[in-house]
Design a protein around this ligand. Structure first.
Ligand code: HEC
Ligand code: HEC
Length: 216
């Protein structure tokens, strides 16, 4: 009786890869900068950019030099008193490598697979190797003006202008990486707000407006 079950499993795997192949051939979001945008429109777009970059699905990995991934967002409660986050359980530290080679590699639990679906409280995964963002790309606990300054500073954003940021978002999502996962996290995890397309549009509006930053 094992054989039919195996065939069903193989069939669903091949159907799933077909779907992934179809999805990766077309761009997953479009880059359509507006012809012009006012500073006010740029600031409004940035306030939505901040809601995304500070959201747990993005910020939990965009942490600084302590190399410690965070667990925040409703599905990760309860938290220590007076906090709305906690450090990754099991004392996980990504080290300077940001992938944990110094202690326990992230890949020991977070697989690399195009399948974004994971059950509640099991290690989430996506199509590229799971790792922390470089420490200069720090967003966790940062204010809107701090994240804005980082995003427009080529020494702290991987040498990207706003077009480069938009391309990074689309490329990463095309590899079924963290950017696509952030809007499709499954397992009862709260998705990042708005949508990938809206976020790419906001980056371009903010860019065309001259990358204005809020005062605080
Ligand atoms: C699992 C960890 C992880 C998560 C979750 C994650 N990122 Fe990242 N992010 C990275 C890594 C690693 C890089 C470095 C890649 C590079 O520069 O090529 C990066 C780089 C970036 C960059 C490049 C420039 C910069 O200033 O940071 C942007 C933009 C970005 N991520 C956006 C997002 C958004 C938006 C989300 C949520 C929807 C998100 N990331 C979630 C790991 C993550
Ligand atoms: C021993 C297994 C294990 C290892 C090793 C591990 N993780 Fe995790 N990680 C998990 C589990 C399980 C969850 C989800 C917990 C939950 O949902 O309650 C998780 C969740 C996360 C999250 C939160 C994602 C979200 O929903 O916002 C981040 C960020 C993260 N891990 C980063 C890392 C990094 C970076 C490494 C390597 C340095 C790593 N993890 C190594 C088991 C592991």
């Amino acid at each position: 009786m094992k054989f039919p079950i195996l065939s069903v499993a193989l069939l669903s795997i091949s159907l799933a890869s077909l779907t992934f192949a179809a999805e990766s051939s077309a761009p997953i979001a479009d880059i359509n900068p507006p012809a012009s945008a006012t500073v006010a429109e740029g600031l409004e777009a940035f306030s939505r950019i901040f809601e995304v970059t500070s959201h747990p699905r993005c910020a939990n990995c965009h942490v600084g030099e302590d190399n410690r991934p965070r667990w925040s967002g409703p599905s990760y409660a309860p938290f220590p008193p007076g906090q709305d986050w906690r450090y990754h359980g099991m004392n996980i530290n990504a080290g300077d490598s940001r992938i944990g080679v110094e202690t326990m590699p992230c890949s020991a639990c977070h697989q690399t697979t195009p399948d974004l679906e994971s059950k509640p409280h099991t290690p989430p995964h996506f199509g590229i190797d799971w790792q922390l963002a470089p420490a200069q790309f720090e967003w966790f606990g940062k204010s809107p003006s701090e994240i804005c300054a980082q995003l427009k500073d080529p020494t702290r954003n991987g040498a990207r202008d706003w077009q480069g940021l938009a391309h990074h978002l689309v490329d990463d999502a095309g590899h079924r990486g963290p950017v696509l996962w952030g809007w499709n996290p499954s397992g009862n995890r709260e998705a990042a707000p708005y949508s990938l397309q809206q976020h790419v549009d906001d980056i371009t509006i903010w860019g065309v407006a001259g990358q204005p930053c809020p005062a605080e």
